[in-house]
Ligand binder design. Structure first.
Ligand code: HEM
Length: 486
């Protein structure tokens, strides 16, 4: 007898339902769920894929039957940029457990978070300094009444450097965002890898068409693999030649992994290849910051409210510091609202069933790919009033949080595979946003109004803006606070 799979559109031979998926898959899948329901079957090529689009069904997959769905589909082989040696791509098992434990202990534990507080403070000042020069020029232009010549800052670049450099310094002791690899900026290459991790590749779904190399993806994947492999080889070599650090307690995550690789008592042998893959992070905090700034520029009243709160909690006589963040309730709500509207992984990362099982009476075969549409869940009109409107106030009367307990809002996922970087991400986003809005007033470049700011999402399955956000900063704190002596 045939299996009772969840409902879905009738597939065509070879392509299945791929023709129904646009360049923004989370949006197409959301529309399809209106027709077929919160759990549906889609054929991506010949592969049946289950797509989840409601809080109740997400709870089934990520909580009630979490143990069944905690694995990942295989996306690349050992030598591939999506090697299963990464924490994010590893199948559920002893290797993943060990690496995730190491990652949390050596990088993200409260003790480690504390020990890197000065790094975060330094980097947030570096971001302010970089913006300051433009802001001073603008202030002079404004004061002289000459109007015109107001200069913009590339906000996207500033915020992605800020969060990216913190994470890369914590992981392997280097600010990688200033780096160019193979003639291209690190950030651009990283975005491509994140898109590969979460995205739709025809080649994966239709092996028969692989040789056609649609979209040139196969070639780009080999290129990326080659570039990053060389970069991480150098990083491991550098750490090997400077091993003193560990003894003085200053070691970073790579040092900790190298020590683990030398531990003879380990049941799982950690190799150089593992290390190179594990240090490849998938932080997307910068994207959330750029969307938060975009929404606040479109909603001047909300921006004003964040600034009024900063003025009452921090004042004008000092700069904002991490200890202020718990008191900045409206700012926290603005960040939550951004994560609701722009979850950086709108379909989380793909999950996979370990065994044959059932959800809501439907059968899910072993090794089936499961996608959870966090974007659709965050905009579900049953949970959210005016779901497409940016309204931080909605959280005044709601206890819903982003940390994986409330299935109406799951930008970081939930359960065993929940993002381990939540606390670091929230801390960087809140600190960055507080600093940007405490130090500067912001406006849009000439000719762009809050109503016509381009908010398009880029092709693929990560929530980045198509065009970088540019805005005009004007200082709003005394100069000595913006530019403290080192
Ligand atoms: C706003 C920023 C971030 C967002 C929205 C985000 C979101 C996510 C999501 C949706 C997943 C997949 C969850 C699932 O499969 O169910 C994930 C996994 C992961 N994230 Fe994050 N993340 C962010 C920042 C970070 C940071 C700062 C780090 C580390 C420094 C990090 C490290 C990871 C890792 C290692 C995984 C894989 C976990 C696993 O498969 O066991 N993320 N993240």
């Amino acid at each position: 007898a045939s299996l009772k799979l969840p409902p879905g559109p009738t597939p065509f031979p070879i392509i299945g339902n791929l023709h129904l998926i646009s360049t923004l898959p989370h949006r197409s899948l959301c529309s399809l769920s209106h027709k077929y329901g919160p759990i549906m079957t889609l054929y991506l090529g010949s592969l049946p894929t289950i797509v989840i689009s409601s809080p109740e069904m997400a709870k089934q997959v990520l909580k009630t039957q979490d143990h069944m769905f905690a694995s990942r589909p295989v996306m690349g082989d050992d030598n591939h940029i999506l090697s299963p040696h990464k924490i994010a791509t590893a199948e559920y098992g002893p290797y993943w457990k060990l690496m995730r434990k190491m990652f949390v202990q050596e990088l993200l534990s409260p003790k480690k978070m504390d020990s890197f507080a000065s790094l975060r403070a330094r980097e947030v000042c570096a971001m302010t300094h970089s913006i300051l020069e433009t802001a001073i020029r603008n202030e002079k232009a404004g004061a002289s009444g000459s109007g015109g010549s107001m200069q913009t800052v590339d906000v996207t670049k500033e915020v992605t450097y800020f969060t990216g450099n913190i994470v890369s310094t914590m992981t392997f002791g280097r600010k990688c965002y200033e780096t160019h690899l193979g003639g291209r900026p690190f950030k651009q290459l990283l975005d491509e890898v994140v898109a590969l991790l979460t995205g739709f590749h025809y080649k994966d779904f239709i092996p028969l068409l692989g040789w056609l190399d649609l979209h040139g993806l196969g070639r780009r994947q080999s290129e990326l693999t080659h570039i990053f492999n060389g970069y991480f080889e150098r990083i491991v070599d550098e750490h090997l030649s400077e091993r003193k650090k560990m003894e003085t307690g200053e070691g970073d995550f790579v040092d900790a992994l190298l020590s683990l690789s030398e531990d003879e008592s380990m049941e799982i042998k950690i190799t150089r290849d593992h290390i190179k893959n594990i240090i490849f992070d998938i932080d997307t905090s910068g994207n959330i910051l750029e969307w938060a700034m975009s929404e606040l520029l479109r909603n001047p009243l909300a921006m004003k409210r964040v600034q009024e709160e900063l003025d009452s909690v921090v004042g004008y006589n000092r700069v904002v510091i991490e200890c202020d963040l718990p008191h900045l309730k409206y700012l926290q709500m603005a960040v939550k609202e951004t994560l609701r509207l722009y979850p950086s992984g709108p379909l989380l990362l793909p999950h996979q069933s370990k065994k044959h099982c059932k959800i809501a009476g439907y059968e899910i075969p072993k090794n089936t790919r499961v996608l959870i549409n966090a974007w659709a869940i965050g905009r579900d009109p049953i949970t959210w009033e005016e779901p497409n409107v940016f309204k931080p106030e909605r959280f005044l009367a709601s206890k819903i949080d982003v940390k994986g307990q409330d299935f109406e809002l799951i930008p970081f996922g939930s359960g065993r595979r929940i993002c381990p970087g939540i606390n670091l991400a929230l801390c960087m986003i809140q600190l960055g946003l507080a600093k940007l809005l405490h130090c500067f007033n912001w406006s849009l470049p000439e000719g762009i109004s809050p109503k016509n700011l381009d908010m398009s999402e880029a092709f693929g399955n990560t929530m980045t803006r198509v065009v970088h956000l540019h805005a005009i900063p004007i200082p709003r704190l005394p100069f000595h606070l913006l530019h403290p002596k080192p």
